[in-house]
Ligand binder design. Structure first.
Ligand code: FAD
Length: 402
């Protein structure tokens, strides 16, 4: 009998964990697994706020896929997925077409602009290694431009739209980096502004208790971050943002971290989507196409209370483990195991040595929370690459030069 064909799209948290788990579970002759990703590396999105602000090297946020997979069991294709054809069980890549018996979609998210005019054109988003290299360079460029040209103060104004996970973590790092940049470019720190604009009445990731939110905002304010809460961005222009209250903030840098939606390829393929994400069954399969498993930011998993779980790395990793096991059970004709999300907590970094969060039900903050955040990062590296990867990315990591 011919081996079954499994194709995994995307080597983010959901996709790479599916592949790594699957290679441990399968015999090479029983299934042909192909992993497709547009880069030949896996990146840790949860780490990207640091290289974006320039407080860490982008190399520490990525790892070559060849180091993570067993190429005798997983065939890796570096290519961009252009189209998914679930009726025909085909995937069109930039340079070839793949057929599958079972598909895993882990293509992550795209920026959600909510139709705000000018956002796509003029704001930058933290969503890939290349995007954070660009943001880091842009921030330095603004300092250089301020010194070289007629000293427009707006070149030193940094507006971040959205104060959830991404916005908060980025703002914390940026606030830590600015004193260094001020020294490097000989700029008066009093001229620099970081303004975090948020439509809801509080900053920080949703779900944190009020006292932790207050603590987090106080830490940020001490670092010089200004908040504009209960304020929507109405429009974005090349030289600043227009707020819902009519104020225009001139700014040389606009970062949008106000929302994401599932990868648009799913909607284009005819899946029923809500904000680009597909609601999955108990086994993380599409209701329309049960031979398609969907993980991470592309999926909607409902809690027992009937609410969708927030999309994050933690759930994507657990989905990857479950999907690998259920692929194996499917191939061997065994009953599948339902996915049960084990929420371990949430910890948001506030910059160097500071974080806030919840571990199950226990509140953590300050240096202890920052340490926990490092443990979470180390745990993930250990899961995908063992101790050598933890060692390389956290102990002997690549140094930044400025
Ligand atoms: P991703 O990890 O985004 O991976 C998608 C993969 O698909 C990528 O490798 C991409 O290159 C590839 N891909 C996309 N399109 C194509 C295509 N057309 N062809 C080929 N390949 C393609 N969550 C937390 O739990 N904790 C945190 O602290 C946290 N911090 C965050 C900080 C930042 C700055 C950001 C941006 C997000 C953060 N998140 C955090 C959210 C978390 O990163 C996402 O929920 C998680 O990455 C989702 O995993 P995924 O597998 O769905 O997709």
């Amino acid at each position: 009998m011919k081996p079954a064909k499994v194709v995994i799209l995307g080597a983010g948290y959901g996709g790479i964990v599916t592949a790594i788990r699957l290679q441990k579970l399968i015999r090479a002759e029983e299934v042909k697994v192909t992993l497709v990703n547009k880069h030949d590396y896996h990146y840790m999105t949860t780490h990207l706020h640091m290289p974006a602000a320039g407080t860490d090297h982008h190399e520490n946020a990525r790892v070559a896929i060849s180091e993570l997979i067993n190429e005798r069991k997983i065939h890796f294709v570096k290519s961009t997925v252009q189209q998914i054809l679930p009726e025909e069980k085909k995937v069109i890549l930039a340079d070839e077409t793949l057929t599958y018996d079972y598909l895993v979609v882990g293509l992550g998210s795209e920026t959600e602009t909510f139709g705000i005019p000018g956002l796509r054109e003029h704001a930058m988003s933290i969503n890939s290694i290349n995007s954070v290299r660009f943001i880091r360079q842009h921030i330095e460029y603004m300092f250089a431009k301020y010194k070289l040209t007629s000293k427009h103060k707006e070149y030193l104004t940094f507006v971040v739209g959205g104060a959830g996970f991404t916005g908060t973590e980025f703002v914390g790092e940026l606030a830590d980096r600015l004193p260094v940049l001020c020294r490097t470019y000989d700029v008066d720190p009093a001229l620099v502004q970081i303004i975090n604009v948020e439509a809801s009445p509080t900053a920080l990731p949703p779900g944190l208790p009020h006292d932790l939110v207050e603590y987090g905002m106080e830490v940020m304010r001490r670092k010089g971050v200004q908040y504009k809460l209960s304020t929507a961005i109405k429009a974005c222009e090349s030289d600043g943002v227009l707020l819902g209250d009519g104020q225009f903030i001139p700014a040389g840098t606009i970062i949008w971290s106000g929302g994401v939606r599932g990868n648009s390829l799913l909607q284009q393929a005819g899946f029923d989507v809500q904000r680009g994400r597909v609601r999955v069954d108990d086994y993380l399969r599409s209701f329309q196409y049960p031979d398609v498993f969907i993980t991470g930011d592309c999926s909607i998993v409902m809690s027992p209370e009937g609410m969708p779980y927030p999309a994050n790395a933690q759930i994507a990793v657990q989905q990857g483990c479950n999907t690998a096991r259920n692929l194996l059970y499917t191939l061997r004709g065994k009953p599948l195991r339902p996915f049960a999300y084990d929420y371990k907590g949430t910890v948001a970094s506030l910059g160097r040595g500071e974080a806030v969060g919840i571990l199950k039900v226990k509140k953590v903050k300050g240096k202890f929370a920052a340490l926990i955040k490092k443990v979470i990062d180390a745990r993930y590296l250990f899961l995908i690459g063992g101790i050598p990867l933890v060692w390389r990315k956290m102990i002997f990591k690549q140094k930044i030069t400025t």
